[in-house]
Design a protein around this ligand. Structure first.
Ligand code: SAH
Length: 470
């Protein structure tokens, strides 16, 4: 971190602004919005700048800058077009230990001004440390769209109720939960729609309720997608930011875990074939126990929680204990891997249906209906199929699927390390045996794999094992 971010209170404080042109005017607009008293120094001053100063009780000195001008200032801004003058101001300010900002000259600054999204009292500041201002502005534009203007109203509403809420709840934890549920629920909706009276009414009702803060624990069963964090849903991200405890397993990528709330407790529950850190019933029970202790619990799963995710079992026990829960779908490995490997799962000419099949043959489903799966015109996706790969291919061929049916094995799909190995039903097992494929891998079987070559629609080729591509 090259700069320490902080927000400075300038109300009734003197800020010396040297310069009288466009740039100085731009700075002045912001400074007076923060309540600063301006001393503007310049031989000539634009009319708008002059008006700003006059309307906000500052002063204008129509002359060149002198060292003594910095007396009494809390902040110095240099916006002249003469480098030597800007330099002198920077030196003088630093000699007096005054924070100084020189427009467009990061080297002369001790403080820099961020790009801002003003939803006062909510204020978002974005900075690239002066290194990439255009990028900072792009981020700002993105945030502008995420936080509609009405967020200012919501922040003002929160400010208005802050003291009362503080009085009502002793503990910080209780207050936080109360606010989190208030600011993302019906009260917030009323504020967004400008119905302040109605919002106040709802808020009083909420505060009167016995159990207002004893927010019951709850569980979010969230699909974390196949790995690329950009494939998370907005809802997943919101709940990841909200939960106090997170149970995750090895399918959740480190990149996705990065987005979990920083101070959340993280519990690894394993799930590698060989390494059941916690057996499924123990996970189910842990979710219940944590929720009963009043926690907001995130059960973060790879892909989609309801596709080979045992999500059903986890919510069964929650329901039994009447613990509120939400299930948030995620992008399943099949969709993620197919898209990132450039293989459509269905196609008018090649596949009219697609099946997600467990490849964990022994324990999950020893009775797969192989003749049905061998029928052409469908795409088969095998999850957890690496160990039984040879077996799967043999059975499909045995039941009539052509030995040269194309297959793709996608390893670590959607992640930067993604590898795609393209082969045929007859050959894939041997090729895998000769390479270092580890998990997780997804097996895609069907004519659609052939389309892969034609579908490199943008830029980079997804990774391929050297010497093993099609
Ligand atoms: N609920 C998950 C699947 C869990 S089963 C989902 O919807 O995706 C675990 C299997 O998913 C793995 O054995 C592998 O076959 C597949 N898988 C999950 N993530 C994957 C990834 N990034 N790349 C390839 N396969 C993946």
């Amino acid at each position: 971190m090259d700069y320490f971010p902080l927000f400075m209170r300038l109300t009734h404080q003197t800020v010396v602004l040297v310069g009288g042109g466009d740039i100085a005017t731009r700075k002045a607009r912001l400074l007076v919005r923060a309540g600063a008293k301006l001393t503007v120094i310049a031989p000539e001053v634009e009319p708008e700048l002059q008006a700003l100063v006059e309307n906000h009780g500052g002063q204008i000195l129509l002359r060149d800058y002198r060292e003594g001008d910095l007396q009494g200032a809390v902040l110095v801004v240099a916006a002249t077009d003469v480098t030597a003058v800007n330099q002198q101001i920077s030196v003088d300010a630093q000699a007096r230990q005054l924070p100084v900002n020189v427009v467009d000259s990061p080297a002369l600054c001790t403080v820099i001004t961020p790009a801002i999204i003003d939803r006062s009292p909510l204020l978002i500041a974005v900075s690239s440390g002066g290194e990439a201002p255009v990028l900072a502005r792009m981020v700002r534009a993105h945030l502008e769209s995420l936080f509609p203007a009405a967020y200012g109203r919501l922040a003002a509403f929160a400010r208005r109720w802050r003291a009362k809420v503080k009085q009502r709840f002793g503990s910080g934890d209780e207050r936080r939960r109360f606010w989190e549920s208030t600011l993302s629920g019906p009260v917030a909706e009323q504020v967004f729609h400008g119905e302040d009276e109605r919002a106040d009414q709802l808020m009083s009702d909420r505060l009167r309720r016995e159990d207002a803060a004893l927010t019951q624990g709850e569980v979010y069963l969230v699909g974390g997608g196949p790995g690329d964090p950009e494939l998370l849903t907005i809802k997943a991200l919101r709940l990841m930011q909200q939960a106090e405890v997170v149970l995750y397993d090895r399918l959740v990528s480190p990149q996705v875990m990065e987005l979990v709330r920083r101070d959340a407790e993280r519990i690894y529950v394993g799930k590698r074939r060989s390494e059941h850190a916690l057996a499924q019933p123990a996970i189910n029970q842990l979710l219940v126990d944590l929720a009963l202790a009043g926690k907001r619990v995130l059960r973060l799963k790879g892909g989609d929680p309801f596709i080979f995710g045992r999500g059903g079992e986890e919510i069964e026990l929650l329901a039994e204990h009447q613990i509120p829960f939400q299930v948030v779908p995620g992008i399943t490995a099949a969709s993620g891997c197919a898209a990132y490997a450039g293989i459509p799962l269905t196609h008018r000419d090649y596949a009219q249906s697609v099946r997600f099949v467990t490849g964990h043959l022994k324990t999950d489903n020893p009775n797969l209906c192989w003749p049905e799966m061998a029928v052409p015109g469908q795409t088969l996706i095998f999850y957890m199929g690496l160990l039984g790969l040879g077996d799967i291919c043999q059975k499909l061929i045995h039941h009539g699927r052509l030995p040269d049916t194309p297959v793709a094995l996608v390893e670590k799909g959607t992640l930067p390390e993604q590898q795609v190995l393209v082969s045929t039903l007859a050959q894939i097992a041997e090729r895998v045996a000769n390479s270092e494929v580890r998990g997780p891998t997804l097996l895609i079987v069907g004519e659609v794999v052939k389309l892969r070559r034609q579908l490199h629609w943008f830029g980079g080729e997804p990774g391929e094992k050297p010497g093993t591509s099609d």
